[in-house]
Design a protein around this ligand. Sequence first.
Ligand code: C5P
Length: 238
Amino acid sequence: MALRTPKDRLAVAIDVTGRDAALRLLEAVGDEAGIIKIGHRLAYSGGFSLIEELAQSGRHVFADLKLLDIDQTVAEGARSVAATGAAYLTVHAYPKAMRAAVDALGPDPALKLLGVTVLTSMDDADLADAGYSDTAETLVMKRARQAKAAGMPGLICSAREAAALRTAVGPDMLLVTPGIRFADGDIGDQKRVVTPQKAIADGADILVMGRPITANADPKAAARRAVDEIEAGLAKRG
Ligand code: C5P
């Protein structure tokens, strides 16, 4: 999917339980955000079929399903998600899993795979606990390079890493960043937040925003505000 307009760069996270709540939220957001992100909470509570329904109705759908399994299972999962017409799918950035998904989809697929480098909820101590000796920063860079080598078109990363990753992986890799907050907004449980304008100015391609839009009394207005900031951020890039 080409990023033609600022709206195409905004993915709203529909993090609710059940189809009915999702449909209500989608109605409240309208088409102010170009991408609808469906993650585990909605997919595992009866919302999985919305991926295909929304895609077939012409929406750009981001299936945030974070695949990681044996190669054949990842390959089959990626093919099944591609058949729904979704535009984006997340895969944990393990080299074998990424290669399996890339090979399964073939050259230049409509479904763009995004590698989850290191979850932003993991710090160095959590990584040590999980058996890794690299710091989060080192592992993010290592996995970003492995994603590029595997032929992945994009990465999920923190907006704070966007500038360094852009240098490491070049201009073509899609950098998709959660942890976005308006300057005057609630941070919630996110720790390292960045405003929409700064994230885009620093080289992020697509912003993932949940609560700053979905918990706002006027979700449409909040999405419009994010899109305005995206436009301003693009102008800053020159
Ligand atoms: O509400 P909020 O804007 O914090 O939502 C962020 C969304 O991005 C959630 O759907 C969350 O699962 C997702 N996400 C994240 N950090 C990551 C990867 C995904 O917050 N590293």
